[in-house]
Design a binder for this molecule. Structure first.
Ligand code: OGA
Ligand code: MN
Length: 294
C-alpha cells in the first residue's frame, strides 16, 4: 500500500463580475476541509458576499451541516407543526427543507412555488442569522431563480444627503409573515406599519466581520421608521427599496442540481422567482446564527 500524501487544494475564486457573488472551485464540500481552505472561503465570503459551489452532487446532508458549521453555530430548523407532509425527524436538526413538492397534499418543505419577495432572513429577530447555505437537489426546468443584492453598495451609492438623513434612523421589521407572504403561527394579520411586531434595527448597520456600513432593510411589508409620520416613513422606505433592488446591485443565481449557495445575511438581500407548480424544486438549507445588529 502506498502512503497517501495529503494535498489540500486552495479553492479558486471566480468573481461573478456583477455587484456581488463568486464561484468557488476546486473544492469538494463532502471532504473535510483544511483550516487554510476554510480561511480562504471566509475571505472570499467577506469579499464577495454570496458564494456558489457548483457540482456538489454527492454532498450528504451531514456534510452540508459539517461544512456550514465552519462559519458559526447553526440554528435548528423551525418546528413546522403539522404543516409538512413528512416528519423531518430523520434529518439532522440543522437542516430545513425548502420545496414545493407535495406528498399527500402537504408540502415537503417551506416557501412553495410562488415568488419570495426581496428580504433578508429573519431580521424581525433581535439577532438575525449571519448567513445561510442552500443546496439544490432538484431544480425546475425554468423559473425559481434567486436574486441577490449588495447592501454595502446600496448604502455607498446613496446620495450623501440621504446617507446622513438615515444614519440615525431605526426601522421595525415585521415578524408576522414569511417571504412567501404566509402568516406565521401566532401572529395576527396587521396592515398598519405603526402596529408592527418585530425587532427594531438601525437602517444603517455595521457588519460584524468587515466593519463596513450597509443598508439594513430586511422586508418591506409593514416596515416603519420610528419617529416619522407614516406617510414620511412610507415615502422614505419606498425610495430606499427602489434604490437597493436596482438591477446593477444584483446577481442572479440560475440553479443547477448540485449547486450550494452561501449568502451573507447581514449585507445582502435575496428574492426568488416563482416557477411552474407542476415542476419540482427541492433544496436543503442550513442557517448560521448571528450576533446582535450594530
Ligand atoms: C431562503 C430563501 C430562496 C430560494 O431559503 O431563505 O429565501 O431560492 N430561499 O429558495
Ligand atoms: Mn430567505
Amino acid at each position: 500500500m502506498s502512503s497517501a500524501i495529503e494535498v489540500t487544494h486552495a479553492p479558486t475564486v471566480s468573481p461573478s463580475g456583477a455587484a456581488l457573488g463568486a464561484d468557488i472551485g476546486s473544492i469538494d464540500l463532502n471532504e473535510a476541509l483544511a483550516p487554510a481552505q476554510v480561511d480562504a472561503i471566509k475571505a472570499a465570503w467577506a469579499d464577495h458576499l454570496v458564494l456558489r459551489f457548483r457540482n456538489q452532487k454527492r454532498l450528504t446532508l451531514e456534510n452540508l451541516v459539517a461544512f456550514s458549521r465552519h462559519f458559526g453555530t447553526l440554528d435548528k430548523r423551525p418546528t413546522a407543526s403539522g404543516k409538512m407532509s413528512v416528519e423531518h425527524d430523520a434529518l439532522p436538526p440543522a437542516i430545513t427543507v425548502i420545496s414545493n413538492v407535495k406528498v399527500g397534499g402537504k408540502p415537503l418543505g417551506a416557501l412553495g412555488d410562488g415568488e419570495a419577495v426581496w428580504h433578508a432572513d429573519m431580521t424581525y429577530n433581535e439577532r438575525p442569522p449571519k448567513g445561510a447555505c442552500l443546496y439544490a437537489v432538484e431544480v425546475p426546468p425554468a423559473g425559481g431563480d434567486t436574486h441577490f443584492s449588495n447592501m454595502y453598495r446600496a448604502y455607498e451609492t446613496l446620495d450623501p444627503t440621504l446617507q446622513s438623513r438615515i444614519r440615525d434612523l431605526r426601522c421595525v421589521h415585521d415578524a408576522s409573515r414569511n417571504s412567501a407572504g404566509e402568516l406565521r403561527l401566532g401572529f395576527s394579520d396587521n396592515t398598519d406599519p405603526r402596529q408592527t411586531v418585530g425587532a427594531t434595527h438601525p437602517l444603517v448597520s455595521v457588519h460584524a466581520v468587515t466593519g463596513r456600513a450597509c443598508l439594513l432593510l430586511g422586508r418591506r411589508r409593514n416596515a416603519y421608521i420610528a419617529g416619522l409620520d407614516l406617510e414620511e416613513s412610507e415615502a422614505l422606505l419606498d425610495q430606499l427599496w427602489a434604490h437597493a433592488t436596482r438591477p446593477e446591485l444584483t446577481w442572479t443565481q440560475v440553479w443547477k442540481v448540485g449547486d450550494v449557495m452561501m449568502w451573507d445575511n447581514s449585507c445582502t438581500m435575496h428574492r426568488r422567482d416563482s416557477f411552474d407548480p407542476g415542476a419540482r424544486r427541492l433544496m436543503y438549507r442550513t442557517q448560521i446564527a448571528g450576533d446582535a445588529v450594530r
